[in-house]
Design a binder for this molecule. Structure first.
Ligand SMILES: Cc1ncc(C[n+]2csc(CCOP(=O)(O)OP(=O)(O)O)c2C)c(N)n1
Ligand SMILES: [Mg+2]
Length: 323
């Protein structure tokens, strides 16, 4: 990774964390309703994976604000979506879990755990049919790997040699359920091993994530078929805003935070690329300003018009094949 990429990734990580704290605050103030799942602690994984997967299509879970922004969707459009405003990326009708923008080849956000994995398989099938091997990346949690759709997807992706990158964000919890209570092993990559190459990476290390995803995309682009990457990570907050996070001890949380991805990336910038504290401070100020502007934008934006209730329900005219 060169200095430019490292700086960009660090910037988007700190902007992501500031964004998530702002979303939390505005949720508590009642500006945001519905569900809200924060990605604090997992920023390095979200940003580096998306930046590394340069071309191609992305399908994600509901913990996707930072990934959507890393794909190029503006913080204003994401925050406005959280506020339920018409200027939101899904026109205010999707909310936090359904950030959807085909112009950025970013197809959500899905509220159904693992429900988006078969959708990504379908997209990968279409891309192969179109002779396009940039690939599809599908991001899901450790909990999602216990569902039937996940295994069916591994099977068909391998049988059809589809250009599909499975990225498992293993934060060891599905809401309050610790992974070994519902799976026979900690590493979910074991489930993929019979079907395809399965790699592991430290999800708290953005530089390592960037490299492994670049390599995985190169593998797909050669037409070898699917590949699986498991990134071990840690979320700092509760599962969603209604989870007080009481099932993890203070000691477990301290161990998590000792691996903080932002502090780690900051050390890459200072020690490897010689950036000084002033330059880093300027990035932090800029990130906070961008988030403040996104909140101000979302707060003053208009609600969707009542007629919007009747659109985006059925396919309206024309072909909706992937472009
Ligand atoms: C099919 C389905 N079952 C259950 C739920 C309720 N639910 C929402 S999130 C979640 C946990 C998923 O955990 P994981 O896949 O590890 O993702 P994480 O939240 O840790 O990122 C559950 C069980 C759901 N949304 N969909
Ligand atoms: Mg999980």
């Amino acid at each position: 990774m060169d200095k430019l990429a490292a700086e960009e990734i660090y910037y988007e990580m700190i902007r992501g964390r500031a964004f998530e704290y702002a979303a939390k605050e505005h949720y508590m103030q009642g500006d945001i309703s519905g569900f809200l799942h924060l990605d604090i602690g997992q920023e390095g994984l979200s940003v580096a994976a998306i930046k590394a997967f340069e071309k191609g299509d992305v399908f994600s879970t509901y913990r996707e604000h930072i990934m959507a922004m890393a794909r190029g969707i503006s913080p204003k459009a994401v925050m406005a979506e959280l506020f339920g405003k018409a200027a939101g990326v899904s026109e205010g009708k999707g909310g936090s879990m359904h950030l959807f923008d085909p112009s950025h080849f970013f197809y959500g956000g899905d509220a159904i755990v693992g429900g988006h994995i078969p959708n990504a398989v379908g997209c990968a099938y279409a891309r192969k049919y179109q002779n396009n091997f940039d690939g599809v990346m599908v991001v899901f949690g450790d909990g999602a790997t216990n569902g039937g759709a996940f295994f069916e997807s591994l099977n068909i992706a391998a049988a059809q040699k589809l250009p599909l990158l499975f990225l498992c964000e293993n934060n060891r919890y599905a809401i309050g359920t610790e992974i070994t209570r519902v799976a026979p092993f900690e590493k979910q990559s074991h489930k993929a091993e019979p079907y395809m190459p399965a790699l592991e990476v430290d999800g708290m290390d953005a530089v390592a994530v960037y490299k492994v995803i670049k390599d995985a995309q190169a593998y797909i682009q050669k037409g070898h078929g699917p590949i699986f990457v498991e990134a071990m990570t840690c979320r700092y907050e509760g599962h969603s805003m209604s989870d007080a996070n009481r099932y993890r001890s203070a000691q477990e949380m301290a161990l998590c935070k000792a691996r903080d991805p932002i502090e780690r990336m900051k050390r890459v910038l200072t020690e490897r690329f010689g950036m000084d504290e002033d330059a880093i401070g300027a990035l932090e100020a800029k990130a906070q300003q961008e988030v403040d502007e996104a909140v101000a934008f979302a707060a003053q934006a208009s609600e969707p018009a009542p007629e919007a209730l009747y659109t985006h329900i059925f396919v309206e005219g024309g072909s909706h094949a992937l472009s």
